[in-house]
Design a protein around this ligand. Structure first.
Ligand SMILES: Cc1cc2nc3c(=O)[nH]c(=O)nc-3n(C[C@H](O)[C@H](O)[C@H](O)COP(=O)(O)OP(=O)(O)OC[C@H]3O[C@@H](n4cnc5c(N)ncnc54)[C@H](O)[C@@H]3O)c2cc1C
Length: 573
């Protein structure tokens, strides 16, 4: 391994090459900027985008009459009063342009006759979700953007470079320090603006739908650069994550499209439908919102009405093989390889951490509260309020990605001062490797403990006492365990060093979620408190966290409402 410092220079640095980062890179380049797009994994293959197999919500009205303001109305309803309405309106208004642009680029949205097919998903009042068959939406979006990037001048791509800190000078972000995972050495990057598109945080939870790269880096990097985060308490749990029987090589949240297309009966351990007991209705199609369904399953389990493995049944036994095959083609064979025959027995499902509504606080140009920093995709907080509608996340990634790249491209030239990067370089160089672990704890053990802690105490059902226990342990891990963790440098690739930075980011982000959850003294959307089960309308505000010299500070701010009529004159609904 080499310790030689590499220095790179660009107009726009995009951190993270999922849907948001790739769109940001394309938009910045077509607005005349030189772009450096980097990822701690492989470009376009690392995060959630390529894993998303299902639907993208967009009011193109090809299946049934629709308008972006109807999409906005559904998004705001799902968000339980906390959506940043300007961001939500931007997502819904610009979604159609992005979806049609990707269609021109060859994404191949599934068609029915001569129109793009759209299906209904939970919380949407009309068939609004486009997809690519069979269960291929995310891979198709990622491939389309990778191809477009390869055909766009001015974008340099680097894989296996993990950003460990942002560099600030006089209160502005001027670049970043990254760990070269091949050589273990620091790399500095000077940029006029940085777009943070490093994805979400669900890896922090024991049961999750995440890849290893969704460990909260976006939020930790932004916080440490002085930026505000918003709504960190709102972690979305996907209600019907796969639980049993064993499923190998398939998406744990794959059951959603089966529900959209075919219906499917959600039953408790006594084989009774139960969603109506919790104030929602599914009317045979399973359109109840995610937060309500997750809550309902957990409550049924608590009441002793769980399926054998501790969740609920999802049954397609009322369908015949021909109907299933017609809807899902080769997927049925992959299920058969796993020993699953949906016509003969139900599968078991349970909630799984899936998406984060909170994130970096931005304005409508995607600028964060620190000059020089922009954010895009799941890294951004606020658009979805307390609960996200299904299909809104990919739309958010591409809409906010395009905007972040476009606005960042006009950022003023920054003055890079190498001295400002010194601390970030030193922390990579000085990380002691190969030593004894004083407490015998490895990264795997510590990260596993954090995941359990977040699941048990900062998960679906929260209380003051559980949140306080979690916060104490997270802070103890930050103060004692992290400094004592000496990365194993025996492996090729700087995996040990990366793990140390992964744990630091995860702990910082976990602390932000827990502090915000403790301070929201009500239940709303994805934030459910057993000790405060009601929604308190006086708490219809957002919460911001930021780091000051002494630690995390929290502030409540009013929800940003739309100031203009969303339907401009002449735009017929
Ligand atoms: C299994 C699954 C299924 C889903 N299905 C759907 C769906 O059907 N419809 C929908 O709308 N949404 C879905 N979602 C959510 C949606 O996919 C994501 O919210 C969205 O793709 C996020 O895009 P992104 O570009 O912000 O982040 P990602 O696609 O996660 O990309 C982030 C990138 O940043 C990189 N990165 C992270 N940290 C660093 C660092 N420190 N330095 C450099 N690079 C870094 C990662 O390697 C990754 O490549 C699903 C999510 C999952 C996990």
């Amino acid at each position: 391994m080499s310790d030689k410092l590499i220095h790179l220079k660009t107009d726009i640095l995009v951190v993270g090459a999922g849907g948001a980062g790739m769109y940001a890179a394309i938009a910045a380049a077509r607005n005349g900027a030189r772009v450096l797009l980097l990822d701690k994994s492989l470009i376009g293959r690392g995060g959630a985008t390529i894993m998303a197999q299902m639907t993208v919500a967009v009011a193109i009205g090809e299946q049934a009459p629709d308008h972006w303001t109807d999409h906005l109305a559904d998004t705001l309803t799902a968000g339980r009063g906390l959506c940043d309405e300007e961001l939500a309106a931007t997502l819904c208004r610009e979604g159609p342009d992005r979806i049609r642009e990707m269609d021109e680029w060859g994404v191949n949205w599934t068609r029915e006759g001569n129109h793009i097919k759209q299906v209904t998903a939970p919380g949407h009042q009309v068939p609004r979700c486009v997809f690519v068959d069979f269960l291929n939406t995310g891979p198709a979006v990622a491939r389309t953007l990778r191809t477009r990037i390869a055909r766009t001048d001015g974008i340099t791509r680097i894989s296996n470079l993990s950003v460990t800190s942002l560099v600030t000078q006089n209160g502005c972000v001027t670049g970043a320090v990254a760990l070269d995972l091949g050589e273990g050495r620091p790399v500095t990057i000077a940029a006029n603006a940085v777009v943070l598109a490093a994805g979400g945080l669900t890896r922090l939870y024991q049961r999750n739908s995440a890849s290893v790269n969704m460990g909260g880096d976006s939020y930790a990097l932004a916080l440490r650069a002085g930026a505000d985060l918003i709504d960190m308490e709102f972690v979305q749990f996907f209600p019907i994550g796969h639980l049993a029987p064993r499923l190998v090589g398939m998406d744990p949240i794959m059951w959603d499209p089966f529900r959209y297309k075919l219906g499917g009966r959600l039953l408790n351990g006594n084989k009774e439908e139960f969603i109506e007991r919790y104030g929602a209705t599914d009317s045979g199609t399973y359109t109840a919102p995610r937060d309500v369904t997750s809550y309902a399953i957990v409550k049924e389990v608590e009441a002793g009405r769980a399926s054998p493995n501790g969740g609920a049944y999802l049954s397609f036994e009322h369908l015949d093989e021909a109907t299933l095959r017609d809807a899902f083609g080769p997927v049925i064979d992959r299920l058969a390889d796993n020993g699953i025959d949906l016509t003969k027995s139900p599968i078991e499902v349970a909630p799984i951490a899936h998406y984060h509504m909170g994130g970096i606080r931005v304005d409508e140009t995607m600028a964060a509260t620190v000059p020089g920093l922009y954010a895009a995709g799941e890294a951004v907080g606020g658009a979805n309020g307390a609960n996200r509608l299904s299909g809104n996340a990919i739309t958010e990634a591409v809409v906010f990605g395009e905007r972040a790249g476009r606005f960042a491209a006009s950022a003023a030239k920054s003055n890079w001062n190498p001295a400002a990067a010194r601390a970030g370089i030193d922390e990579i160089r000085n990380l002691k490797t190969g030593g004894e672990f004083p407490k015998g704890r490895t990264f795997g053990e510590l990260f596993g403990e954090l995941q359990n802690l977040m699941w048990e105490k900062v998960g679906l059902l929260r209380t003051d006492s559980r949140l306080e226990q979690a916060l104490n342990r997270i802070r103890e891990m930050q103060a004692l365990d992290l400094p004592a963790l000496k990365p194993d440098d025996a492996t090729a690739f700087a995996l040990g060093k990366q793990e140390w930075f992964d744990l630091r980011a995860a702990l910082t982000t976990a602390e932000a979620i827990t502090v915000a959850a403790l301070n929201r003294r009500e239940s709303r959307g994805a934030h459910q408190r057993e000790d405060m089960p009601d929604t308190d309308e006086r708490q219809t505000h957002n919460q911001c966290v930021r780091l000051d010299g002494t630690g995390l500070v929290l502030e409540t701010i009013p929800v940003r409402r739309l100031v203009h009529d969303p339907i401009p004159a002449g735009d017929d609904k």
